[in-house]
Design a protein around this ligand. Structure first.
Ligand code: R5P
Length: 294
């Protein structure tokens, strides 16, 4: 097995290679004068099992992934690890004529290379959208890693309440809280615009409790900022936020800190200074298991 890291997942690719003690293949990425992306795998993957690791946060990331799939055509087998599968929130037609973005992306990846065998993704927005892939696809769950990190932050477990800011994050909150017997609560969210949401609290007492708000994605930070304000109104203690995919666009960090968040925790599906939890071991174990069952 050889690990081929894309533009968006270079550190994570290196961590996965280290976990597996296998080769990290060198690649070259640059732009032509007209802005087009140029991608070349400079290492040798001929006849090898090439594992391409590339999150999709942007259009360019998708192009780089498709180019890597194409560039690895001499590999005997290709696995694509897509830690953050962007475009997954546009998973249906909300207005007539809209593209179902995740369907378009899944189709383009599925047919990106004849040797593409399996795709791994991490905590996708909605499991149902995986049906759009035309190759085997497996979803990995980072919630145990987040739960483990929270339990090692030195906070008294009895003082912790895990909060899901909306129904969509309920499963994640339960998966983080349940193994450790932590309390958890699901709030009600109504989206007003792309950046603004309204959040209504429910009734669990959080007076003086330490709060961990969990969500699959933090994008503009609007959801977390609103949830944090509601928690402060209810006299919460320290407020932490943890997410799987930390996109942190626009002024997200400032918005959350200004609302009263004490610490921001994310995994390295999208690499940032807040990537305190690595999914490398989780991915490495799955890749090993995938090889064993064949
Ligand atoms: C929405 O369904 C997701 O689970 C997140 O709550 C959302 O993407 C967060 O976006 P933002 O940070 O812009 O509020």
């Amino acid at each position: 097995m050889k690990i081929v890291p894309g533009t968006a997942s270079q550190a994570l690719g290196a961590r996965i290679a280290a976990e597996l003690s296998c080769e990290l293949v060198a690649c070259e990425f640059k732009r032509f004068p007209d802005g087009e992306l140029y991608t070349r795998i400079t290492g040798d993957v001929e006849g090898e099992h090439a594992v391409i690791v590339q999150s999709i946060r942007s259009d360019s990331d998708l192009v780089a992934l498709l180019q890597l799939l194409d560039a690895a055509e001499d590999a005997s087998k290709i696995t694509a690890v897509i830690p953050y599968l962007g475009y997954a929130r546009q998973d249906k037609r909300f207005k007539p004529g809209e593209a179902v973005s995740i369907r378009a992306i899944a189709r383009s990846i599925s047919y990106g290379a004849p040797a593409l065998d399996t795709v791994y993704v991490v905590n996708v927005h909605d499991h149902a959208e995986l049906r759009y892939f035309q190759v085997a696809v497996h979803e990995l769950d980072a919630s145990p890693l987040i739960g483990n990190y929270i339990m090692n932050m030195g906070i008294e477990p009895a003082s912790v309440v895990v909060i899901a800011p909306d129904e969509g994050a309920a499963e994640l909150a339960r998966a983080v809280a349940a193994p450790y017997g932590l309390d958890y609560e699901v709030m009600e969210k109504k989206r007003l615009t792309g950046e603004e949401v309204e959040i209504k609290p429910k009734e669990l007492s959080i007076d003086g409790k330490n709060i961990v708000i969990v969500d699959d994605i933090i994008s503009t930070g609007g959801t977390i900022a609103e949830a944090t304000k509601r928690m402060r109104e209810r006299n919460a203690g320290d407020i932490y936020v943890a997410c799987v995919h930390g996109l942190f666009v626009q002024n997200a960090i400032l918005r959350m800190l200004h609302a009263g968040v004490k610490e921001i925790i994310s995994t390295d599906t999208v690499e940032s200074v807040f990537s305190r939890v690595s999914i490398a071991e989780l991915v490495a174990k799955e890749l090993e298991r995938g090889v064993e069952v064949q």
